[in-house]
Design a protein around this ligand. Structure first.
Ligand code: UDX
Length: 447
């Protein structure tokens, strides 16, 4: 009989994982503790913007016309326990308030609520990003709290999906990593992932700590790559070089590769910043803090970028104060093709300029509602053109395709000053200069 799958926590990770499991042919039951989320999902609506996810959900959610009916949602842990052979835990692990460490309360609560209902053998699979050592503890707690005892087994299966590409990354993962303690657990997970493995996704079997570490070290590596090129951007600013050309030339060395070498205002979002901090905190607890002190520098290079963008804007406006200056900000989300504004460098820059007296008007294709909620005192416009109307300077802070397709000539007619600063090195300087704009980007004073 085909395995029955449950997914606990239906945020970016869980909602996508649940829909993908249904797409792979399994019967799936998703659970969340937020009633509004469950109601939306039951209607086939996605609580956030993620390309392709709504279509995939509607293809499978029971009750929607023409759907496979393989995907249902509930708020009831007893129902989940009775239904599933494999339970994926996909709840979030934010940064603890006021410290670097990871807040495990959602993970702990998911396990605590599920375990007492496990009256038949089940595999519980953690997907959340957790401090190394968590799986070992959770496995013990699970077996102790479940009526079936040791037949409630744990596995750890980190998730590497990128926002904006979540559906593709889940259906066609570039690798599947499973931390397991038995051949039975490995066998079940091979069954779950038979589709992608059949298409060629590598299947890496490890112990618990290694599986947990793959995720945090992958994110640390990516953060390091971005901060490396941003450090080079600082040197280029000082030496009169061009970081975009530098990155291109570095990227031809396939040991280095060209991806994740885009200099600009740096990384943000719900993962990279908090994951590198939680990793440092955990290494400290383990007595290995020296191994990760470099991540402190990665974090500070990254956070410095936001302030440098503010200073670049101040200088471009002639130095002095932002008082009375009108600043258009294109982009609010932490990256394009997402509505996520968590720790967004773009909003951070907009907020700093606003707090220094600038009149900031923000436009973002998908992030407006979330940005307004987080930063209600900023000005917002319904279109890029409206944001730019009357602006003394335009800041390009999230690299949406829509912004690359703007007509500099038309925009120049509404701006009070043809001055654009590219915080993402994503616009074509030639096109803007041809329309008489002064174009300046980070790390390329000479370009
Ligand atoms: C990241 C990891 O990529 C993913 O594997 C993990 O599962 C979750 O964390 P995500 O947060 O969706 O995914 O964003 P990502 O695409 O990694 O970008 C992170 C940030 O880095 C964004 O703010 C982006 O603008 C910035 N970035 C990325 C750069 O500044 N330069 C680059 O070259 C690449």
């Amino acid at each position: 009989m085909a395995l029955k799958i449950t997914v606990i926590g239906t945020g970016y990770l869980g909602a996508t994982h649940a829909a993908a499991m249904a797409e792979l042919g399994f019967e799936v039951l998703g659970l969340d503790v937020v009633p509004e989320k469950i109601e939306m999902l039951q209607r086939g609506e996605v609580p956030m913007y993620e390309p392709g996810l709504e279509e995939l959900l509607r293809k499978h959610v029971a009750g929607i016309e023409g759907s496979s009916g393989r995907l249902r949602f509930t708020m009831d842990f007893a129902e989940v326990a009775a239904f599933g052979d494999v339970h994926f835990v996909c709840v979030n692990t934010p940064q603890k308030h006021g410290e670097y460490a990871c807040d495990m309360s959602y993970v702990d609560s998911a396990f605590a609520q599920l375990a007492p209902h496990l009256t038949r053998p089940a595999l519980v699979v953690g997907k959340s990003t957790v401090p190394v050592g968590s799986a070992d503890r959770l496995a013990r707690e699970l077996a102790a709290a479940a009526p079936v005892g040791a037949d409630a087994e744990l596995a750890w299966n980190p998730e590497f999906l990128r926002e904006g590409l979540a559906v593709q990354d889940t259906l066609h993962p570039d690798r599947i990593v499973v931390g397991v303690r038995s051949t039975h657990a490995e066998k079940l997970l091979r069954e779950v992932y038979a589709g992608p493995v059949g298409e060629g996704s590598p299947f890496v079997v490890t112990d618990f700590p290694t599986a947990e570490l793959v995720k945090t070290s992958a994110n640390s590596f990516l953060a390091t790559k971005i901060s490396f090129i941003n450090a080079m951007a600082e040197v280029c600013e000082a030496a009169g070089g061009d970081v975009v050309k530098l990155a291109e030339a570095l990227g031809y060395d396939d040991r280095i590769g060209k991806k994740f070498l885009r200099a600009g205002i740096g990384f943000g979002g719900g993962c990279l910043p908090k994951d590198i901090r939680a990793f440092m905190a955990r290494a400290g607890e383990l007595g290995a803090d020296q191994a990760l002190t470099f991540l402190r520098e990665i974090d500070s290079i990254n956070m410095r970028r936001r302030g440098q963008m503010v200073e670049m804007a101040r200088e471009a406006l002639g130095g002095g104060s932002f008082l009375g200056k009108r600043v258009a900000v294109l982009g609010a989300t932490f990256k394009p093709d997402s509505d996520d504004v968590r720790d967004s460098p773009a909003l951070n820059v907009a907020g700093q300029i606003h707090l220094q007296g600038g009149q900031v008007t923000v436009y973002d294709p998908k992030g407006m509602a979330n940005a307004r909620r987080l930063f209600p005192t900023l000005g917002y416009a319904e279109t890029a053109v409206e944001a730019v109307r009357g602006a003394d300077v335009v800041l390009h802070l999230t690299e949406w395709r829509e912004f690359r397709e703007l007509d500099p000539e038309a925009l120049g007619e509404v701006a009070s000053n043809r001055l654009i600063l590219d915080g993402r090195n994503a616009l074509d300087p030639g096109v803007w200069r041809a329309a008489s704009w002064t174009y300046r980007a980070m790390g390329r004073p000479s370009a």
